[in-house]
Design a protein around this ligand. Sequence first.
Ligand code: KIV
Length: 305
Amino acid sequence: MSLTPIGGLAGLPGHDQPRQKVTAASLRERKLHHEPIACLTAYDYATARLVDEAGIEMILVGDSLAQTILGYENTLSVTMDEMLHHVKAVRRGVKRGLLLADMPYGSYQIDPNDALRNATRFVKEGGAEVVKIEGGEKRADLIRRIIDAEIPVAGHIGLTPQSVNVMGGYKVQGKDLSGVEQLMRDALALDRAGVACIVLEGIPREVAGMITAEVGTPTIGIGAGPECDGQVLVFHDLLNLTFAPPAKFVRRYGDAAALISDAVRAFRDDVKSLHYPSDEESYHLPKETKAGLETVLARKRAMVR
Ligand code: KIV
């Protein structure tokens, strides 16, 4: 008979509470209990493991990978197949966090049937648990349709990077009264459509605060101030891997660019100065083989003489 209580040893002195799988539904509970939600992007297996194991609740395979990983000018060029490739890699690294996949530009704007097919691919082939779609009021019907197909959706309003050409650049949104009204309408439309969360990007903190108080859906801010229910940052911004000056809202928690450059330069110097590899870093013949080899070589040398 097992003496381990039902539910394991969690809660008993000396035993940490095991971290439970984060689900789309559990995000709402976090909002209700005023528990801030942390979200980061990840685009590959190793990063996904580190981010997940550090206790980040939401892991987003953002279309920002167009710039951070693939070196495109903006997010508009990245395709469904490119996104899926990264979603699959991240899926293999994430166990506890909620895995979100960004629907890339062109994958949901043209035809609702295509949109549904593409959202389904992220779930079926990629293992995503939520798909993210940019846009508010005008996407509400489509979002309802995707949710009807049992796929949770994350909304994304404010500075929506896929609208860069319409916005005329990456500009903070909702700075005048009509902009504030539009943002509020967008947030309410997404709330009514039943999204799992709403990403608020690049909007004044006062507006983000009003939206967060108004909707039951958790809001996840990026450049939207501290009143949101959670915060998201791009992994490469957090670690100085973007080759560009950071936006106002970015806080750098480490300098991976310096770490990588120093390590790569040190390797290059060691190779050039014959300091790498050392004897300890080399494989060796077993004693008997080495002795046998020396005998053979000695015989060969004797024959040449
Ligand atoms: O693509 C992305 O990384 C995003 C976040 C900035 C929210 O959409």
